[in-house]
Write a protein that binds this ligand. Structure first.
Ligand code: PMP
Length: 422
């Protein structure tokens, strides 16, 4: 618009001209992600008087702060010009090599070049969504599924279809049928100590999933942040090792649960072409994961014994799991059930028919204890009687007290219901 054809400002027009024009709307994908009533309720659980089983936080007292501090001190004094400088998008060679070696020792031959270091494994999920998913593409997920993976796929415009699961995870026969019907681009799974259910997919089902991916042609995203936290039972091989899956499985790993989540260090192991696509996406997202964190983690792995640290942490987590399992019988109403996890951080429970854990949450939080309702973890029709509790953050005494409070809150609800019925 030139000065000469601008409207002459008179009266109301002048007012309007002074008022700022509204800003353009958000992108549809951002506008669709609204507030969450559960998030609002859980915000109050940050208060110190609340025993919060809702978070997914590693026990803060068990971080090897001294070891991590020594590693940072070493790299910042010995190679400051390197540690504080920009780095390559793929990641620091020393850390890629260390991750590759740890992966190979656990049964999956891996070169440093097969690894992309990511800013937590959460970033690997969004990079994969960027690299693989067109709006409208179908993604198959476990039912229920890790919440922030659902978010990453939703942001990419995916059509998310839940795969029927039982207490051992994905049902391979149901998966086969869904693949035929929906022609999905990828399957996302957390096969070991899943978030939110704690369940673990047995070896024969892993083989079945790998074979289905080979037969039908789809990507498998195998997300394994919890696998090292095993308290008992035999470790099952990664899906990536089974025939059919080798060239089409992306394995995600993370130091969050075994070292510290604040480091924001994860990785993606995948076929070369996909790794390249994810690297380009990562460059656009953050150029690279912080150099100093990567070098410090590599130094930690070289100087310390991470496996011994994890074994110690797992021993303590096991005791906490046992405390929680022991208290559930008393705390939850008769007719409730739960999955006994062999490791990881979560217990998944189901209250009897008719209970709605979202509805119950405000009353439970009033007793200064919190869980996460199960409903948001479902991509399809939710089972409203389910809930997730993290058993690793608190001491056994706090866990026992939290369960006493939960029991009291649920008993109050039963009394109220009984009074209403009579
Ligand atoms: N995947 C799963 C299944 C998770 O539970 C989490 C964290 N809770 C992540 C990925 C992300 O972990 P991080 O980004 O800290 O590596």
């Amino acid at each position: 618009m030139t000065v000469t054809d601008a409207p002459v400002p008179t009266g109301r027009n002048e007012d309007r001209a002074r008022r700022p024009a509204p800003v353009p709307a958000f992108a549809a994908r951002a506008a669709a992600v609204g507030g969450s009533p559960v998030r609002d309720i859980l915000a109050v659980t940050a208060r110190p008087e609340v025993i919060n089983f809702a978070g997914g936080l590693p026990a803060p007292g068990l971080f090897d702060a001294e070891g991590v501090a020594a590693a940072f001190h070493a790299v910042l004094t010995e190679v400051p010009e390197r540690a504080l400088q920009y780095s390559t998008t793929e990641g620091e060679p020393a850390l890629r090599a260390a991750v590759a070696a740890r992966t190979a020792v656990r049964g999956l031959p891996t070169d440093p070049d097969d690894i992309l270091i990511t800013t937590g494994s959460q970033q690997a999920l969004s990079l994969l969504a960027t690299a693989l998913i067109e709006p409208g593409d179908t993604v198959l997920v476990e039912n229920p599924c890790y919440l922030a993976a659902l978010q990453a796929f939703a942001f990419a415009g995916a059509r998310v279809v839940p795969v029927p699961c039982d207490e051992r995870g994905i049902d391979p026969a149901a998966l086969d049928e869904l693949i035929t019907t929906h022609r999905p681009k990828l399957l996302y799974t957390v096969p070991t100590f899943q978030n939110p259910t704690g369940r673990t997919l047995p070896a024969e089902r892993r083989a079945g999933i790998a074979a289905a991916a080979g037969r039908h042609g789809l990507w498998i995203v195998e997300d394994d942040p919890y696998g090292e936290l095993r308290f008992e039972g035999e470790r099952a091989p990664w899906i990536a090792t089974y025939p059919g899956a080798e060239d089409r499985t992306v394995l995600l790993g993370s130091f969050s649960k075994v070292m510290a989540p604040g480091l924001r260090l994860g990785w993606l192991r995948g076929p070369a072409a996909l790794l390249r696509a994810c690297t380009v996406a990562k460059q656009a997202a953050d150029l690279h994961t912080p150099t100093v964190n990567q070098l410090a983690a590599a130094r930690y792995l070289a100087d310390r014994d991470l496996d011994a640290h994890v074994a110690r942490v797992a021993g303590i987590y096991r005791e906490r799991r046992d405390t929680m399992l022991a208290g559930l019988t008393e705390a939850l109403p008769e007719g409730s059930g739960w999955i006994r996890p062999e490791g990881g951080m979560f217990v998944w429970a189901r209250l009897p028919e008719g209970y709605d854990t979202t509805e119950l949450l405000p009353g439970v939080v009033a007793h200064h204890v919190a869980y996460v309702p199960g409903a948001p973890f479902y991509a399809g029709e939710p089972d409203r009687a389910t809930l997730r509790m993290c058993f690793v953050t608190q001491s056994p005494d706090e866990i026992a007290e939290g369960l006493r409070r939960l029991g009291a809150a649920l008993a109050e609800r039963r009394t109220l219901r009984g009074a209403r019925a009579s």
